[in-house]
Design a protein around this ligand. Structure first.
Ligand code: MG
Length: 334
């Protein structure tokens, strides 16, 4: 039977991983691509660069706390930042549907430009394509980004060791829920705002002062659980998470419970996980607490010897095994 693409192939969970492994890696594989991390690390004479790309198809285009233009900068800047790079230059490609109002395009582009200024990056190349009405959905944006990795910095799952501490910079699930509720067909209004934000300033501060940071990853599609599971598998360790320590805003928890969604699998756009040596954790927490983007940070778990399991000590005192996201609860969230 000829298998076909499902929405879940784009959810950043099990099926996305299968698609990447079975088709893309099969034909593209090389040393820089192989780690399948947030950004590729490229060695050039005299410098090490991080290079990444991301496409944005969020629906609706505007939501509380952000829009597709802001998202297109944050997603790419954050992938570079968690790779340890200082983001510098972006490209921006627009695929626009015939009939889109120019004022909508202007608003999206203005937001994209403002977010670039906040993040300290510049759009240095771009592309515009228009497709016939009905053959796209208003606007899709692709951004690619490049940044420089400071000399001597070596982040990655190879550095993670038992005893390392797991930290997140704030509450889970706000972005996914904010976009979902903005679609307006659920009859729920929680007042939740997307956490969409460029994290490079905060991350640069942390890397400057905490040499014991081993690895970071932004917690977008698939959420915290999927990211941590991928890291556990890649590093060949077990990771224990403490559910009561994982920050989730009350109104987010309440709304997700009604919808039957798990905050640990929800997309964020301004959240990242840090793996740090235990002796550096207090310094990382101090820096996070002093920044609005990290003021609700928490230590949520620890690395243990093992073979790639993620174990959640639940609120009720039980233990639950966390796997990669299965299915796609929320298509087109970013
Ligand atoms: Mg990422």
């Amino acid at each position: 039977m000829d298998k076909r693409i499902l929405l879940s192939h784009g959810a950043g969970g099990q099926l996305t991983r299968q698609l990447v492994d079975d088709i893309f890696v099969k034909y593209f594989n090389n040393e820089a691509l192989k780690p399948l991390s947030d950004a590729a690390v490229i060695e050039l004479p005299g410098s090490r660069l991080a290079f990444t790309t991301d496409s944005f198809v969020v629906r609706p285009l505007f939501f509380p706390g952000g829009d597709i233009g802001k998202l297109a900068v944050c997603g790419t800047v954050n992938d570079l930042a968690v790779s340890g790079a200082r983001p510098l230059f972006l490209t921006a490609s627009f695929i626009i549907e015939e009939g889109l109002s120019l004022s909508v395009l202007d608003k999206v582009a203005r937001s994209l430009g403002e977010t670039c200024r906040t993040a300290g990056v510049r759009v240095v190349a771009g592309d515009t394509k228009v497709v016939e009405k009905g053959h796209g959905d208003l606007i899709f944006i692709n951004t690619a980004g490049i940044g420089v990795i400071p000399e001597g910095l070596d982040l990655g799952q190879h550095s993670i060791a038992p005893g390392d501490v797991v930290i997140v910079n704030g509450p889970m699930g706000n972005h996914g829920l904010a976009v979902l509720l903005e679609r307006g067909n659920l009859g729920l209004d929680s007042g939740v705002i997307s956490d969409c934000a460029p994290l490079n300033g905060l991350i640069e501060q942390i890397l400057g002062k905490a040499p014991g940071v081993k690895m970071m990853r932004d917690l977008t599609r698939g959420g915290l659980a999927t990211a941590v599971k991928e890291i556990a598998l890649g590093a060949g360790v077990d990771i224990w998470l403490e559910e009561p320590s994982i920050p989730v805003d009350d109104q987010v928890r309440g709304a997700l419970e009604i919808l039957g969604l798990d905050p640990l699998y929800m997309a964020n756009e301004g959240k990242f996980v840090i793996f740090a040596a235990p002796e550096d954790a207090p310094e990382v927490m101090r820096i996070l607490a002093s920044d609005p983007l990290g003021e609700k940070a928490a230590i949520i778990g620890q690395v243990a010897p093992g073979k790639g399991s993620v174990l959640l000590k639940t609120m009720l005192g039980g233990t639950k095994i966390l796997d990669l996201l299965a299915g796609d609860p929320l298509p087109r969230i970013c």
